[in-house]
Design a protein. Structure first.
Length: 144
């Protein structure tokens, strides 16, 4: 799904990929809803089109350009039975108390919350060697 948003002048080039990291101060801005307010926090987006309109960011003072972006899929570890290309699944992180696991970000990606739905865009074929003994496959999930 494509969205119109604002990015810095440096990021306003077709093909640039960025991760949304909103500041708590952004919520007070009058441009919040058209800037980071319509994007998923911590998700990756690719700039598809750059428009001529520009605004000044009241927080940083930098020039922000209007762009059209597309959200990119999130890498996620799921059980093999849920790893089916084209399937619509919901994010269901495993019950896991290992805080220092090297795969933690794949089981609990910051860009997804429990219950978020999406389409499995690709099954990466990689099997995760879970320290808890779970069988997990890597997929690319495009949130809906």
């Amino acid at each position: 799904m494509k969205r119109v948003t604002l990015v810095t002048e440096v990021q306003a080039r077709k093909g640039v990929i960025f991760i949304v990291r909103p500041s708590p101060l952004c919520k007070r801005c009058k441009l919040f809803k058209v800037c980071v307010g319509n994007l998923r926090p911590y998700a990756s987006y690719r700039v598809e089109e750059v428009r001529r309109v520009a605004h000044r960011c009241p927080l940083t003072g930098s020039t922000m350009r209007v762009v059209v972006v597309e959200e990119l899929p999130v890498k996620l570890a799921v059980s093999p039975r849920r790893a089916i290309k084209g399937a619509v699944i919901s994010c269901q992180p495993p019950s896991c108390d290992l805080k220092d696991c090297r795969y933690r970000e794949l089981c609990f990606p910051r860009a997804l919350k429990e219950g978020d739905k999406g389409v499995v865009k690709d099954v990466l074929g990689e099997t995760i060697e879970c320290p808890k003994g779970r069988q997990l496959k890597l997929i690319l999930l495009l949130p809906s």
